[in-house]
Structures are given as structure tokens and as C-alpha cells.
Ligand binder design. Structure first.
Ligand code: BTN
Length: 240
């Protein structure tokens, strides 16, 4: 069964599930036509026009280890990639969880855990997809795209969001049963594979070549003769 809660306008679909998770069934999804305080990674905000985009969050109420959060997020990025590839060509998965077309962001993912002791009691995965928004603010216009910008198709976000919620539920169940080979998929669609990137390790900035992804979700970057395994952060491609 698919539980999808639609609320016309919300501060954030992630926060809605966080506030109500105790009373909601496992794999409930929340979607809205407009977020007034959408959240991005690293404390950033996520903004989008009303009725033009997908803001969707899914609740996973399973006791899982904290170190599974990165992997489940990668698995979700693959599901969204597969889904969006029905509409847009050449989407890349930028580790850890952005989807890019021609170097521009079409989708961002924010995973948040609700902890009890050292166990995660629930996880909320929020997905923002730019669907039919064509005009972005100055600070975003060079780095952001949407389905309609890439294809000129004017798709309605809500039916897409409901379909995606079903696919996410299916794939997350497979992931939890250890039956989803998302790593091969990820590697085949990884942004910057074999390319020179800059990345942070602690406070220090490094450069190296992306070599792949480990089974635990860490990205492998070769810096001279040393391999680095990075768990979280952001990478930036250096094109000379
Ligand atoms: C990022 O790229 O920084 C992550 C963006 C995640 C945005 C989505 S939209 C639905 C859900 N609700 C939020 O407040 N954020 C996520």
C-alpha cells in the first residue's frame, strides 16, 4: 500500500514527516505544491516556484545503523535518476546526492535521521526536482535546470511525484532486503568518474581523480599514489 500525504503548502516536507513520524506508517510520503522554508544540504535553503516542482519526502521507520544513511541516500539517487531518465537524457549522479544535466542541478536530496541513542529510529529522505520552472533567481540561473528547460515539455509535478513515491517505496524495500544493486548503477552514471576534482578532508582542500564508490557509499579519490575514501562533503570538478 502507498501512503501519500498531499498538503497544498508547507514549510518543508521533511519537517512535516519529522513532526508526524510517530503516527505515520512506514514508507509514508509527503508532497506539497509549495515549500515556504525548503531545506537543502549543509544548512542551505531550497527554493522553488509554486506548482512548478516536486517537493517530496519519504519516511523510513526502520531501526538502521547511522552508517547506512549514506548508502540509502545513494540508492535513492539512483531510483530518482532512473525515473527522470524517462524524460531527460544524460543525467549524471554527482556524489553524494545531486542529479545534474549538462553540469546543472535538476534534483537535490536531503536525508535526515531521527536518532534514539546510537540507533536511528527513522530516516526522512527529501527530494526536490525542478520540473516546469524555467526562470530561476540570478544566483541559481547558471547552475540550475529543470525538465522543461532541458526538453521544453511542460509536465505537471503532482502525478510525477506520486509515481516517484511508489518507485521509491519499492526500491527502498529492496535496498533494506539487500537486493538492490545500486552501486553498479551509480558507477555507470557517476558524474566526474576519472576526472580531476577538488575536495575537502577536514579543513584541508585536496585534489585527485575520482575512481569509484565503495560498498559503504564512500567515494574513492586517488591523490597522487594515495587513495582517499571520503564519507561526506562536496566535490568540485576541475576542468582546465
Ligand atoms: C540539496 O541539494 O541541498 C538538497 C535539497 C533537498 C530539497 C528537498 S525538497 C523536499 C524536501 N523538503 C525539504 O525541505 N528539502 C527536501
Amino acid at each position: 500500500m502507498l501512503n501519500v500525504y498531499y498538503v497544498k503548502e508547507l514549510p518543508s516536507t521533511n519537517d512535516y514527516l519529522k513532526d508526524h513520524y510517530k503516527n505515520l506508517p512506514n514508507f509514508s510520503s509527503c508532497i506539497t505544491s509549495f515549500q515556504t522554508r525548503g531545506k537543502g544540504r549543509m544548512g542551505r535553503s531550497w527554493v522553488g516556484n509554486k506548482d512548478e516542482n516536486i517537493a517530496l519526502s519519504i519516511l523510513i521507520k526502520e531501526k538502521i545503523n547511522v552508517d547506512m544513511i549514506e548508502q540509502i541516500t545513494l540508492a535513492v539517487a539512483c531510483t530518482v535518476h532512473k525515473f527522470l531518465s524517462c524524460f531527460v537524457n544524460d543525467i549524471k549522479i554527482k556524489w553524494p546526492n545531486d542529479l545534474l544535466v549538462n553540469n546543472k542541478k535538476i534534483c537535490g536530496i536531503l536525508t535526515e535521521g531521527i536518532s534514539l541513542g546510537d540507533k536511528v529510529e527513522a530516516i526522512i529522505i527529501g527530494i526536490g526536482i525542478n520540473v516546469r520552472q524555467k526562470n530561476f533567481t540570478m544566483d541559481l540561473q547558471d547552475t540550475t535546470t529543470s525538465i522543461s528547460k532541458e526538453t521544453n515539455r511542460n509536465l505537471f509535478p503532482m502525478p510525477l511525484a506520486i509515481e516517484l513515491a511508489g518507485k521509491l517505496q519499492m526500491d527502498i524495500k529492496l535496498f533494506l532486503d539487500n537486493k538492490l544493486d545500486y552501486l553498479t548503477y551509480m558507477k555507470n552514471n557517476l558524474y566526474g568518474l576519472g576526472e580531476l576534482v577538488s575536495f575537502y578532508e577536514g579543513l584541508n582542500i585536496h585534489q585527485g581523480i575520482i575512481e569509484g564508490i565503495l560498498t559503504d557509499g564512500r567515494i574513492i579519490i586517488r591523490e597522487n599514489q594515495t587513495k582517499k575514501y571520503i564519507r561526506s562533503g562536496e566535490i568540485k570538478i576541475i576542468r582546465k
